[in-house]
Design a protein around this ligand. Structure first.
Ligand code: NAD
Length: 293
């Protein structure tokens, strides 16, 4: 069994980022990322903090905007308008999920598609569906694809089963994997909460991706001998022995499944690291594309 770790692969992405940053610096350009956090959700706060730290480490301009959970839809949209008009900002990410009284869809639609480095605006989703590489693909699915590419795992003609159909992960990863080009050309099946006979379906996968949000949901019965397993899930489970009182586990029961796999990603230390790396890469690309407009 081969462990596909996020660390070395994300380092390769950061090395590319540094080269791109150096080229932009010559032109006097510094990419800027604004991350908007609404409310106090501890996991969201941790993600936003990690994104901000990485920006600073790489030398990107980073703006962290924190808003109270009771912000109105109009105020939030007006904040997006301000960032859309700000020339020092090339990428805007609104950390999801938003409090229930806010419309995530309306917020995403308000972001300038050229600054939508999370790749969730309808223009970018459509470009992904149309194999138009001028758009931005969402960071987590792009990270999964990059992990497969860097690990030398062939996807062409392979059966990829994705469990989860969210726009953020499952649905857009399906579009990426069925697209044309390197790290794609796969035959894709998307399973979800209404899928029947999930074990039977999942165990036909050459490459099985779990993006469900249920700790250790995928067990040995879901995995074919010799399959590649990508675990997108990040779940906090209580653990009194851990310093913070919880630990992170994936959607895959790693211990039970690993020995059946040709390769598998760990949690933590797997896909999560790639998400931030792809966000940095998308922001740098957004800056370059703007400079070429
Ligand atoms: P989501 O809640 O939006 O979607 C979950 C999907 O799982 C849904 O499409 C649902 O149909 C499916 N599902 C739920 N129960 C199921 C069942 N019993 N059988 C089959 N399918 C079922 O979640 P999401 O935003 O797509 O995130 C999924 C997981 O990935 C979460 O653990 C989340 O924390 C994690 N995540 C990780 C990263 C990262 O950077 N690694 C990024 C985003 C999300």
């Amino acid at each position: 069994m081969k462990l596909i770790e996020g660390q070395p692969i994300s380092e390769a992405v950061y090395a590319e980022c540094e080269q791109e940053l150096a080229k932009l610096k010559v032109k006097g350009l510094v990419p800027g990322l604004a991350v908007v956090l609404v409310g106090e959700d501890p996991a969201s706060k941790a993600y936003v903090g990690a994104k901000d730290r990485k920006c600073k480490e790489l030398g990107l301009h980073s703006v962290k905007i924190e808003k109270d959970a009771d912000i109105s839809q109009e105020e939030l949209l007006s904040q997006i308008d301000t960032l859309n008009a700000d020339d020092s900002i090339h990428g805007i990410l609104v950390q999801m999920p938003l409090p229930k009284h806010l419309s995530e869809e309306e917020v995403i639609r308000r972001i300038d598609p050229n600054k939508d480095v999370d790749g969730l605006h309808p223009v970018n989703v459509a470009k992904l569906a149309m194999d138009d590489s001028t758009g931005f693909a969402p960071c987590t699915p792009s990270g999964c694809q990059r992990m497969l590419l860097e690990s030398g795992i062939e996807t062409e003609g392979k059966h990829v089963v994705i469990v989860g159909r969210s726009l953020l992960v499952g649905k857009t990863l399906a579009l990426l994997m069925m697209g044309k080009g390197k790290g794609a050309n796969a035959t894709v099946t998307v399973a979800h909460s209404r899928t029947r006979n999930l074990e039977e379906l999942a165990s036909q996968a050459d490459i099985l991706v779990a993006a469900i949000g249920i700790p250790k949901f995928i067990g040995p019965g879901h995995v074919k001998e010799g399959a590649v397993v990508i675990d997108v899930g990040i779940n906090r489970v209580d653990d009194e022995t851990a310093k913070r009182g919880y630990r992170l586990v994936g959607d895959v029961d790693f211990e039970a499944v690993a020995e059946k796999c040709e390769a598998i990603t760990p949690v933590p230390g797997g896909v999560g690291r790639m998400t931030i790396a792809m966000l940095m890469a998308n922001t740098i690309r957004a800056c370059r594309l703007r400079s070429e407009m």
